[in-house]
Design a protein around this ligand. Structure first.
Ligand code: CP
Length: 331
């Protein structure tokens, strides 16, 4: 391991629940730590003993492919022991509460709880209870309802900064870059976390979507709103597409998926409005042919979707490592 792992930089957070109050300096700590772990992941031996014998509990009350597996792999690469909690086969079905479930895992020795829940605020509630009980448990929000998805925004930030400097990714690289975030802003926890981190990095953020999916309150974030796609795309350096959340479409917020694609779907042709070096992101899972064309999704010249997934492991290793250092600075 490099010296930076022995002597972690200043980090003052036990929990990571939101990016709202992250400074650029703190984001840079995550980026630099993730870059070091990415070097580890590129080696033949991809494992380090950093969290040996420490217990990470994955509590995913809502379905996930990327985030759950990425946290599991990150914890394994750090030599932690993993508890994968599956609600359907747990004592929740016998009436146990979520807080009692968390306390049970803490009593088994879980030091880290990675929590995804369909309701906003559940990770905060568990973190508050762990604090009230005087435990040393660190809680990581892995996506809560419509609220936030901090580790997704951090891996997006890492992916983007690495475009401009692969070995030394840092927020300053995004200063003044035009980043268009397109799609279902209203329901997107990914967008909310990204707004905080991209604004902290000094990016010029533009949001685009139909008025039903892009309420005017978003102007409070200090970004530019567009209810048509083209102005958002003109000279953009980056286009972030958001998943159209079919499970929330029972309110008839768009006429049809086909019409949405016609108006806001990202295609090779529409990218001609952007900078020639433009790159496209999507947090996944993708609705092929809706948020972006299938051909664009698979075009590695423009699409960073696979890179985002790869970055996720290094970024989540960095978060677990930094939070672990806070819990036990001597480790
Ligand atoms: N991006 C994201 O959160 O994907 P999953 O739902 O698969 O975890």
């Amino acid at each position: 391991m490099t010296a930076s792992f022995q002597s972690p930089p200043q980090w003052h957070r036990r929990h990571v629940l939101s990016l709202q109050d992250f400074s650029a300096a703190e984001l840079d700590i995550v980026l630099q730590t993730a870059a070091s772990f990415q070097e580890v992941l590129n080696r033949r031996t991809k494992k380090v003993p950093t969290l040996q014998a420490r217990v990470v509990a994955n509590l995913f009350f809502e379905s996930s492919t990327r985030t759950r597996n990425s946290f599991e792999l990150a914890a394994k690469r750090l030599s932690a022991d993993i508890l994968n909690f599956a609600p359907g086969t747990s004592a929740l079905s016998k009436g146990e509460t979520i807080l009692d479930t968390a306390k049970t895992l803490w009593a088994m020795g879980a030091e880290f709880m990675v929590i995804r829940h369909q309701q906003s605020g559940v990770p905060h509630t568990i973190a508050a209870e762990m604090d009230r009980l005087g435990t040393r448990v660190a809680v990581l929000n892995a996506g809560d309802g419509l609220h936030e998805h901090p580790s997704q925004a951090l891996l997006d930030l890492f992916t983007l900064c690495q475009l401009y400097n692969p070995r030394q990714p840092r927020c300053a690289l995004l200063q003044g870059k035009k980043i268009a975030i397109v799609g279902d802003l209203r329901h997107s926890r990914v967008a909310r976390s990204n707004l905080y981190s991209l604004k902290a990095a000094g990016a010029d953020v533009h949001l685009a979507g139909p008025p039903t999916l892009l309420p005017s309150e978003f102007s409070d974030y200090g970004v530019t709103l567009h209810w048509q796609l083209e102005p958002a795309l003109i000279h953009a350096d980056v286009v972030m597409t958001l998943r159209l959340q079919r499970e929330r479409m029972d309110q008839h917020l768009i006429p049809s998926l086909r019409e949405y694609h016609q108006q806001f779907g990202i295609t090779h042709e529409r990218l001609r409005l952007c900078q020639p070096h433009v790159r496209v992101l999507h947090p996944g899972p993708v609705n092929r042919g809706v948020e972006l064309s299938s051909a664009l999704l698979d075009d590695a010249q423009f699409s960073l979707v696979n890179q985002q997934v790869t970055s996720g492991v290094a970024v989540r290793m960095a978060l677990l490592y930094l939070m672990g250092s806070y819990l036990d600075p001597s480790a």
